[in-house]
Design a protein around this ligand. Structure first.
Ligand SMILES: [Zn+2]
Length: 178
């Protein structure tokens, strides 16, 4: 097992845009494995490389039985539909708020061998693809909340005590924590 510590809000790596993967080598395959194992251990439905301190454009996901990962993702939105819903982030333990996202998302990227691959997501998977790709740009879910919601979330975040090892259990909505 290679379960890595998850970086929490306040760690500068979460605000640093990640670099594109250039070498599709054994190190990349190790990173995909670490991401997947750390995500499943958390447990969460998605995890981006910066969340384990690696500044590369890679994320893993496990949404309602659909499990995978993507390298160098680029998002495309096939329509204008939005969705409202609660969302959590493994880098913000215990914090759940409504975030407006696009309903349908197509993510194009690569496998760990460099082969092109595409993930078509709707609802929670679409939400996950957007949340994870945001992480790779240094964008966090608090940035996507409306002003009133963000204000409330920031208050709860300031009051939260995340020093030391954090394990918030049980998660009430594991399939929406990315
Ligand atoms: Zn997150």
């Amino acid at each position: 097992m290679s379960v890595k510590p998850i970086r929490l809000f306040g760690d500068p790596v979460l605000r640093t845009p990640a670099e594109p993967v250039r070498d599709f080598d054994a190190e990349l395959r190790r990173l995909v494995k670490d991401l997947t194992e750390t995500m499943l251990d958390a447990p969460g439905a998605g995890l981006a490389a910066p969340q384990i301190g690696v500044g590369l454009r890679v994320f893993a996901y496990a949404v309602r039985g659909e499990r995978g990962y993507l390298v160098n993702p680029v998002l495309d939105f096939p329509d204008e539909e939005d969705q409202e819903g609660e969302e959590g982030c493994l880098s913000f333990p215990g914090i759940y708020y409504d975030v407006k996202r696009r309903l349908n998302t197509v993510a194009r990227g690569f496998t760990d061998r460099g082969d092109p691959v595409q993930i078509v997501g709707t609802e929670v998977l679409a939400r996950c693809l957007q949340h994870e790709t945001d992480h790779l740009d240094g964008v966090l879910f608090i940035d996507r909340m409306d002003q009133a919601t963000r204000k409330q979330a920031m208050k709860e975040i300031r009051e939260a005590n995340w020093t030391g090892a954090v394990k918030v259990t049980p998660h009430r909505m594991t399939d929406r924590i990315f």
